[in-house]
Design a protein around this ligand. Structure first.
Ligand code: 6PG
Length: 478
C-alpha cells in the first residue's frame, strides 16, 4: 500500500495546481484530485516528476490517500462549487479532519461553512491566499482563519510555502471563523484602491502632463525606487512599456477601457457600509470600475455633455512630482481606511485581529506587497490599538508634506475635467477627519425638523427636539 499523503488539494486549475506544486517542492507528499479527471491526468503528465504526488480519480480514493487527520485544500471557484465539494467530502471524512477553503470565498459563507462542518465533526478553515499564479507556486501571502488547533496541524506546511520577508514567512493565524477570508477581502479592496490610484495618476500623466505610455512607464519605474516601492507600481512600469505586436503601439493604448471585477472589492465596500466605516478610496475604486463598464453610454455622453478638455501641458517636472505626492498621500489614506475597517470588523466579530501582523504578512507574496507596509507594521507594533494610521508621526508627516501637492493636483484635474475620484475622495476624507467640527450639526437640525429625530447640544447633556415649524420651543426628550 502506497504511503499516505500529508495533505490533499482538490481543484487543479492554475491556483490549485501551483499550490500543490509549491507544497510538493518542500518535500511534502501531496494527494491531488479534480472533478474532471482529465485535468488530474494532465497535471500528472506535466508535473509528476516535480514531487511526491498521488493522483485519484474518485473523491473516495482521494480521501483514502490521505493520512489522518486529513487536511484537504479546496481550490475551486468561490460560491456554490465550494459547497458542492464540502458536501461530497463530508460523508467520506472522519471526525477532526480539516477542510481548508483557500479560494476567494465571501466571509459570511466561511462562517456558515465553519458551523456546518463543526456540526458534522469536521474542522473548517477559510484561508486567504494572495499572489496570483506565480505567488501560489513560488510563495504566496497566506491569511489562514478558523480553529487555531486546526491551523497548528498545517502551520509547518503553510510556513514552508509562504513568501518570506526578512526571515519571516508571510503567514500567520489571522483569527477564528471568517477572519482569514475577511482579511483577504480587505486585501483585495486595498488592491482595488491601489490600482485605481495608479490609474488616476496614469490618466493625469497622459492627459494633463501630455506624456505617452512609455514615458509614463519610465516615471513609474522611477517612482518604484522611493516611498511608492511596491509590486503594483513595478508592474505598472512594465505594462506601460509593453508594445503591441499587431500595431506597434503601446499595448495599453489598444486595450479597451472597461475594468472587470469578480466581487471582492464590492464585498469590502458593502461591509464598510454595514460597519459604518468611511472607506472612500476602495469604494470609489469599485464605482470607477462600474463607470468604466458603461462604455457605450460614455461614447454618447462624450459627444453630448459639456466640460473642459484636458489641455495637455508640456512635460512639466513639478506636475509629475505633484502627482507622485498625491498618489502617495491618497494611498496612505486608502490603507488607513482599510486597516480601520479591519479593526472595526475585529471588534464586531470578536476576532482579535492583530493589525501589525496583517501588515507583516502583506509585505511579501501578495498583490499589494509594498515597502511602506513595514511602516504600517511598526505603527501597530508601537500602538496596537491605534484608531487611525494617519495619527502615527510617520504618516502624519508624510501626508503633511504631500498635502500641498495633493491639493494642486486635485485643483488642476478638476479644472481640466479629468476624473480623480480616489484622489479627491481621499483628500476629502483627510480634511473631514482632521476637522474638530464639521457640518453634521445642520444634518441633525434638518433630521429633527422633518422627522423629530432629536439632536444633542454642545453645552448640555441629553437629547433634544425643537418644534421648528410650530412655536420654535426646544424640549428635552430623554
Ligand atoms: C490576489 C488577487 C486575486 C485576484 C483578484 C482580482 O490577491 O492574488 O487579489 O485574488 O487577482 O480576484 O480581483 P478582480 O478580478 O475583482 O479585480
Amino acid at each position: 500500500m502506497a504511503e499516505k499523503s500529508r495533505i490533499g488539494v482538490t481543484g487543479l486549475a492554475v491556483m490549485g495546481a501551483n499550490l500543490a506544486r509549491n507544497i510538493a517542492s518542500r518535500g511534502v507528499p501531496v494527494a491531488v484530485h479534480n472533478r474532471t479527471y482529465a485535468k488530474t491526468e494532465q497535471f500528472m503528465a506535466d508535473y509528476a516528476s516535480e514531487g511526491d504526488f498521488t493522483a485519484s480519480e474518485s473523491v473516495a480514493d482521494f480521501v483514502n490517500s490521505l493520512e489522518t487527520p486529513r487536511k484537504i485544500i479546496v481550490m475551486v471557484k468561490a460560491g456554490k462549487p465550494v459547497d458542492g465539494v464540502i458536501e461530497e467530502l463530508t460523508p467520506l471524512l472522519d471526525q477532526g479532519d480539516i477542510i481548508i477553503d483557500a479560494g476567494n470565498s465571501h466571509f459570511p459563507d466561511t462562517v456558515r461553512r465553519t458551523a456546518e462542518c463543526e456540526a458534522n465533526g469536521l474542522r473548517f478553515m477559510g484561508v486567504g491566499v494572495s499572489g496570483g499564479e506565480e505567488g501560489a507556486l513560488l510563495g504566496p501571502s497566506i491569511m489562514p482563519g478558523g480553529d487555531p488547533a486546526a491551523y497548528e496541524e498545517v502551520r509547518e506546511i503553510f510556513e514552508s510555502i509562504a513568501a518570506v520577508v526578512g526571515g519571516t514567512p508571510c503567514v500567520v493565524h489571522v483569527g477564528p471563523g471568517g477572519a482569514g477570508h475577511y482579511v483577504k477581502m480587505v486585501h483585495n479592496g486595498i488592491e482595488y484602491a491601489d490600482i485605481q490610484l495608479i490609474a488616476e495618476a496614469y490618466d493625469l500623466l497622459t492627459n494633463v502632463a501630455g506624456l505617452d505610455a512609455p514615458a509614463v512607464g519610465k516615471i513609474f519605474e522611477e517612482w518604484n525606487t522611493g516611498d511608492l516601492d511596491s509590486f503594483l507600481i513595478e508592474i505598472t512600469g512594465k505594462v506601460l512599456a509593453q508594445t503591441d505586436e499587431k500595431t506597434g503601439k503601446p499595448l495599453v493604448d489598444v486595450i479597451v477601457d472597461q475594468a472587470g471585477q469578480k466581487g471582492t472589492g464590492t464585498w469590502t465596500a458593502i461591509d464598510a457600509l454595514n460597519l459604518g466605516i468611511p472607506l472612500t478610496g476602495i469604494t470609489e475604486a469599485v464605482f470607477a470600475r462600474g463607470l468604466s463598464a458603461l462604455r457605450s453610454e460614455r461614447a454618447v455622453a462624450a459627444k453630448t455633455l459639456a466640460g473642459p478638455n484636458p489641455a495637455k501641458e508640456a512635460d512639466d517636472e513639478s506636475l509629475v512630482e505633484d502627482i507622485r505626492q498625491a498618489l502617495y498621500a491618497s494611498k496612505v489614506v486608502a490603507y488607513a481606511q482599510g486597516f480601520a475597517q479591519m479593526r472595526a470588523a475585529s471588534v464586531e466579530n470578536d476576532w482579535g485581529l492583530k493589525l501589525g501582523e496583517m501588515a507583516t504578512i502583506w509585505r511579501g507574496g501578495c498583490i499589494i506587497r509594498a515597502r511602506f507596509l513595514n511602516r504600517i507594521r511598526e505603527a501597530y507594533d508601537e500602538h496596537p490599538d491605534l484608531d487611525n494610521l494617519l495619527m502615527v508621526p510617520y504618516f502624519t508627516e508624510a501626508v503633511a508634506n504631500a498635502q500641498d501637492a495633493w491639493r494642486r493636483v486635485i485643483v488642476k484635474a478638476t479644472e481640466q475635467g479629468v476624473p480623480i475620484p480616489a484622489f479627491s475622495s481621499s483628500l476629502s476624507y483627510y480634511d473631514g477627519y482632521r476637522r474638530e467640527r464639521g457640518p453634521a450639526n445642520l444634518i441633525q437640525g434638518l433630521r429633527d425638523f422633518f422627522g423629530a429625530h432629536t439632536y444633542k447640544r454642545i453645552d448640555t447633556e441629553g437629547s433634544f427636539h425643537t418644534r421648528w415649524a410650530q412655536d420654535g420651543t426646544e424640549v428635552r426628550t430623554d
